[in-house]
Write a protein that binds this ligand. Structure first.
Ligand code: ARG
Length: 257
């Protein structure tokens, strides 16, 4: 066999291997290369439905699409309850959860998290007329509204003598506050800030300091380390090539700290 032929054969097998390892767990060439991404899509500016187009939009949505592009994969979003995301990953209904999900030790026992992609924290919203709640420490004995399955829900449940009501979305928690059924909402700071900056409710204010520094990560099925690795490599590349910064500025109007 000529050298040229050998080189050619080696090249072809390399290309085929690369093509086959293309996307997620799909090794079937005829199947579309699609990553199924689960998300609770009432969490602006991370994931929400555009009023007009009804498309899913937001920081996480753009980030995951950019990762898909890096990996040469289609992205399909599946909207579901936040407390259903980890079970859906475990039962392989979805490949990835992109949902402003905080990396926690308990969750890390069930799923693999990507490298952190957003620094967050929790904060409190009350009515402007409420003078009794000025910090997180004033929440004891209060009626709190939170989104189900979140770190806010966990945090609220640890507050002595507080009554906690859990809702499917942060907007329902805000409605409860507005209707007088709750004294405060605990929720992720960037989501609270975005809500207020978009004119969410003129009678609400953000109070006190930010509690619990939290990192968001993309969650991946524990038995799919290949996908986790690819996503991490893609994230590193996006942080390096300026694409991550662009998406960050688009949604937060400033450069990442
Ligand atoms: N960061 C919080 C958590 O992980 C809340 C996330 C809620 N996300 C959402 N898309 N609704 O518990």
């Amino acid at each position: 066999m000529s050298r040229k032929l050998i080189t050619l054969i080696m090249l072809i097998s390399l290309v085929v291997t690369l093509a086959m390892s293309g996307c997620g767990q799909q090794s079937n060439q005829s199947a579309a290369k699609t990553i199924k991404v689960g998300s609770e899509t009432t969490f602006p500016p991370f994931e929400f439905q555009d009023d007009q187009t009804k498309d899913y939009v937001g920081f996480d949505v753009d980030l995951v699409k950019a990762i898909g592009k890096q990996l040469g994969c289609e992205i399909e979003f599946v909207s579901m309850g936040f407390d259903g995301l980890i079970p859906a990953l475990e039962s392989k209904q979805i490949d990835v959860a992109a949902s402003g999900m905080t990396i926690t030790p308990e969750r890390s026992e069930k799923v693999t998290f990507s490298q952190p992609y957003y620094k967050s924290g929790l904060s409190v919203i009350t009515k402007k007329t409420d003078t009794t709640i000025n910090s997180f420490n004033d929440l004891a004995g209060k009626r709190l509204a939170v989104q189900i399955g979140t770190t806010s829900a966990e945090t609220a449940k640890k507050i002595p003598t507080a009554t906690v009501r859990e809702f499917n979305s942060p907007s329902e928690a805000f409605l409860e506050l507005s209707a007088g059924g709750a004294d405060a909402v605990i929720n992720d700071l960037p989501v609270n800030e975005y809500y207020l900056s978009q004119g969410g409710n003129k009678d609400f204010k953000l109070v006190g300091e930010v509690i619990n520094a939290e990192d968001y990560g993309l969650a991946i099925n524990k038995n799919n380390p290949e996908l986790a690795e690819k996503i991490n490599t893609a994230l590193t590349e996006l942080k390096k090539n300026g694409e991550y910064d662009k998406i960050y500025e688009k949604w937060f109007g400033k450069k990442p700290q």
